[in-house]
Design a protein around this ligand. Structure first.
Ligand SMILES: Cc1cc2nc3c(=O)[nH]c(=O)nc-3n(C[C@H](O)[C@H](O)[C@H](O)COP(=O)(O)OP(=O)(O)OC[C@H]3O[C@@H](n4cnc5c(N)ncnc54)[C@H](O)[C@@H]3O)c2cc1C
Length: 457
């Protein structure tokens, strides 16, 4: 196998060094040990095609690997797979300002795409805390969400075209620059959110949007969780152009403050619930007006607006560093769920009751993109006991929580995907017929089940 790869890849595009096998064979999850056979770093679509065609003919499993920031184990290679890292395919072509789009290779880092688009006076709306490492191929394959979904939608909404290599080695060049193309089935969409199971994405054409006008950011403190959806209602009905509506509790805030020295807490008093709001304002004091409205209606007990870019960064830092800070607190079990926004209070009330009555040894940390009905549920072992007991107990807790989510017509995975970690949860969201249809789609693109096997199903 190595001789074949060495026939078209240079020495620095092939690695079997132990540290690389460990690094490129995993994502941010810690539930499985990485154990790939080799890591390949193609530089062209033709390289990807040759690798896949060879692996297909020789029945070798392949795992596509992006920035490895995934939180569902979807980029894990635990069974001697060949890992294809797209990190050397990271070019970003210049922005087409007339078409308001940008063409990139799959390994381009999200933050670099944002910067390139900004240089051209436009805005790239996909945004979340791991943007400095996540690759656009990974974002597309997970249909990533993030902090601006409430205004701009998920990754699915900004992909105009894809170049994809199938497991057979065949190359699909799908759509490219058209806004309108109703020539039969849309073949782009199945690849978005397919977690690397249908094809390896090598290039993408992405939509850019106008730069947000006058963005304003505020952090509000509330006495109860019930006030948060009420604030959302108020902001919406008052006609504000909402760009982000995030939520966290004092536990998440405390985790950030104790782990990240550069972030400061902006209030003198301690509070339990917080909502971070970003609007595109029509006038300079829009956010102050909003704060007054919310205070008058007794929906907030404190609030602060960011006056300059470092205050914006600080307020966003409080929210965006929670995931990583919580992970430093010991054994953490993470879920990323969504329910209809109107069912948020019922979900949180019932989940807190479940944890407090049956799992009081655990500490619950909730935060997330609440305006989309998306909550990151983090269970922390207060006593930091044996990891295998923790896994067993959180597994049982999951089943109970998933039943609750199903009863509310929610999803057990809002934006992180299924991967290896949430496979058992799939049946709580999808019917047997849906799962059977998904498996049939998988078989069309990868009949031998060699591309990212064992993920999703
Ligand atoms: C601190 C932190 C915050 C985060 N916040 C968010 C958030 O707000 N919203 C959100 O949605 N996610 C979030 N994530 C999760 C993660 O960053 C996203 O899922 C991201 O899209 C993964 O991109 P990646 O390049 O790291 O992909 P990887 O983790 O490398 O891979 C993810 C999946 O994509 C596949 N894949 C990667 N590249 C390709 C390709 N070129 N072709 C085919 N398949 C490919 C992999 O096989 C795997 O199935 C966060 C993660 C961290 C660590």
């Amino acid at each position: 196998m190595n001789t074949y790869f060495a026939s078209f890849l240079e020495a620095n595009q092939i690695s079997q060094v132990q540290s690389d096998l460990e690094e490129y064979g995993k994502d941010r999850t810690k539930m499985h040990a990485p154990d790939p056979s080799i890591i390949l770093f193609p530089k062209t679509t033709e390289h990807v095609s040759k690798i896949l065609s060879y692996c297909n003919n020789n029945n070798i499993s392949v795992v596509p690997s992006g920035g490895r920031t995934g939180l569902s184990g979807a980029a894990m290679a635990p069974n001697k797979e060949v890992v294809i890292s797209l990190s050397k395919m990271n070019s970003i072509a210049s922005v087409d300002s007339i078409g308001s789009l940008i063409e990139v290779e799959a390994g381009a880092i999200l933050e670099s795409i944002q910067a390139e688009v900004a240089k051209n006076g436009l805005y790239f709306p996909l945004d979340f805390a791991s943007k400095g490492t996540a690759q656009i191929g990974g974002c597309i394959s997970t249909n990533a969400g993030g902090v601006k979904v409430i205004k701009y939608g998920m990754t699915r909404d900004i992909v105009l075209g894809l170049e994809v290599v199938l497991m057979s080695g065949e190359i699909l060049d799908l759509n490219k620059k058209l806004i309108k193309d109703n020539s039969g089935y849309n073949l782009i969409q199945p690849f978005i959110g397919s977690e690397g199971t249908l094809g390896v994405i090598t290039k993408a054409t992405l939509k850019c949007v106008p730069k947000p006008s006058n963005p304003q950011v505020a952090l509000f403190a509330c006495e109860s969780f019930e006030q948060i959806p009420e604030i959302l209602k108020e902001v919406r009905t008052a006609g504000y152009d909402l760009a982000a509506f995030e939520f966290f509790t004092s536990s998440g805030k405390d985790a950030v403050i104790s782990h990240i020295n550069s972030i400061s807490y902006p209030f003198e008093e301690e509070y339990e619930f917080f909502t971070l709001i970003e609007i595109c304002a029509s006038k300079d004091d829009d956010m102050i007006d909003l704060m007054e409205i919310l205070a008058e209606k007794e929906l907030i007990i404190d609030g602060t607006t960011a006056e300059n870019s470092s205050e914006v960064e600080n307020l966003w830092g409080l929210r965006e560093n929670i995931s990583e800070s919580v992970s430093m607190m010991g054994n953490v079990h993470k879920n990323d769920i969504s329910v209809p926004v109107s069912k948020l209070i019922e979900f949180v009330t019932k989940l807190e009751k479940l944890v407090n009555t049956k799992y009081s040894q655990y500490h619950l940390v909730l935060f997330g993109h609440i305006g989309d009905g998306n909550i990151h549920v983090n269970i922390i072992d207060k006593e930091d006991r044996n990891i295998s007991d923790f896994k067993k107990e959180t597994h049982i807790l999951d089943q109970e929580m998933f039943e609750l989510i199903r009863s509310l017509n929610g999803s057990i995975s809002a934006e992180h995907g299924i991967g290896l970690l949430k496979k058992e949860g799939l049946k709580y969201r999808r019917t047997e017929l849906e799962i059977s249809l998904m498996k049939q789609i998988k078989a069309v693109f990868d009949p031998k089940n060699l591309l990212n096997p064992g993920k999703i199903f």
